[in-house]
Design a protein around this ligand. Structure first.
Ligand SMILES: *Cc1c(COP(=O)(O)O)cnc(C)c1O
Length: 400
């Protein structure tokens, strides 16, 4: 099914039309070079698993910033919409408008700073802005028109949010007449860790948040929808009873790091695979260097192959000691990863042909390479690995 070029019944070479894409009247084969496959059935399973962990009346705010961590925010949000999720969060006003232009309904919360020059867009596109501190609340209020907001409280991460200790300034935010306050939230900075001092710090953050909320309520302010947890908060702090949770990485069916233990277990299905093609096969001799900087030198006669993907596609350059899967067999990456190409060792794999599909992330036969494993090799988290995949990768959505 996944042939480079299909041969139809009459023996004519044909591209699989289902994988073609037309841009400005030019038809491209989307699996020609490098692509990601996104399994929407798995996404639906992950939504189900997540829902089963949450209290009945707790809403999911799907975090689809950065093009849904590069996977495709429009497709993602449509599937989420169809599966009962009507709250979305993005980082920027541009991301939010893109969703509206594609007819995404429901609340769209912007986590980040929006420049006052763009405040009119918040109203025109019915967006919900985060109030990042009291100074910003004054700016929004002075715009003179009603703007929907969630108020962010900084309970200890010291990123965005008004400091939870500044109760007076926080009250003043809730007094702004032009703010339609629909929610209040905070963000936990070590909810992934089950280290006892990290648990204590997280508990302090949670207490700080409720201290602010109780104070506001006692003075008659309505905090709106409250939310504290993101993916790890959901798994490690399940006793928090909030109106909503903000979930990103779990929807992708992966953890941020390999072998992490969490209080709640969740059954996840990774949605992402990354694939490319074998484009050249050659033999080299003992002593021959491979790639930039001659960082690999053959210790024997070898068969090597170049595959059509590189660091501009988001394959981290420091994955150079990683491997890929070719025809169900693992093949080491050799030499420095290039911008558009990677060189691999296929000496031990005998049936490799030009055009064969190479799996960089995902399963092929009995072999599997996980996002967590690659992230660990590159000393990062899966969130970064996935979000930094390049625009040049084609997106193939599978629903089977
Ligand atoms: C990105 C982000 C999230 C989502 O985090 P995940 O770990 O991917 O679930 C939640 N809340 C805020 C404020 C964020 O910036």
């Amino acid at each position: 099914m996944d042939n480079y070029i299909n041969v139809n019944k009459k023996g004519i070479l044909m591209y699989q039309t289902i994988d073609n894409k037309v841009v400005d009247n030019v038809t491209f084969y989307t699996k020609g070079r490098a692509w990601v496959e996104i399994n929407l059935k798995h996404l639906k399973c992950n939504i189900k698993s997540l829902k089963s962990l949450l209290p009945n009346n707790c809403e999911i705010i799907a975090v689809i910033k950065a093009n849904a961590y590069s996977i495709g925010d429009i497709t993602f949000s449509k599937v989420l919409n169809e599966n009962g999720i009507n709250n979305f969060a993005v980082a920027t006003v541009v991301e939010a408008i893109n969703l509206r232009k594609h007819d995404i309904k429901g609340e769209i919360l912007i986590f980040g700073y929006t420049h006052p020059f763009d405040f009119d867009l918040l109203i025109d596109f019915d967006l919900t802005q985060t109030v990042i501190d009291y100074e910003y609340a004054k700016l929004l209020d002075s715009y003179g028109k009603q703007i929907k907001v969630h108020i962010k409280i900084d309970t200890g991460m010291h990123r965005l949010g008004e400091l939870s200790s500044n109760l007076l300034d926080i009250e003043r935010i809730y007094q702004c007449n032009n703010l339609i306050i629909q929610g209040s939230y905070t963000h936990l900075c070590v909810s992934n860790s089950l280290d006892s001092s990290d648990i204590a710090y997280t508990q302090l953050q949670i207490n700080n948040f409720y201290h602010v909320i109780n104070h506001l309520k006692s003075y008659g302010y309505n905090p709106g929808k409250m939310h504290i947890q993101s993916s790890y908060g959901i798994l490690n702090y399940p006793t928090i009873q909030c109106d909503a949770v903000r979930c990103g990485i779990l929807l992708h069916g992966v953890f941020s790091k390999e072998n992490e233990t969490t209080k709640l277990k969740i059954s996840l299905n990774p949605i992402l695979s990354i694939k490319a093609r074998i484009v050249i096969i050659k033999s080299i001799q003992k002593g021959d260097p491979v790639g930039y900087n001659r960082n690999f030198v053959a210790t024997d006669t070898m068969r090597i192959s170049v595959i059509s993907i590189g660091y501009a596609d988001g394959i981290p350059r420091n994955l150079s000691n990683g491997h890929v899967i070719v025809n169900g067999v693992k093949a080491p990456i050799i030499g420095d990863i290039c911008m558009d190409q990677i060189i691999i060792d296929i000496t031990h794999i005998h049936n490799v042909k030009i055009g064969d599909i190479v799996t960089l992330l995902g399963q092929d036969g009995n072999e599997i390479i996980t996002a967590e494993e690659i992230a660990a090799k590159c000393n990062t988290i899966t969130n970064e690995l996935i979000a930094c995949l390049g625009d040049r990768l084609e997106h193939i959505y599978l629903d089977e």
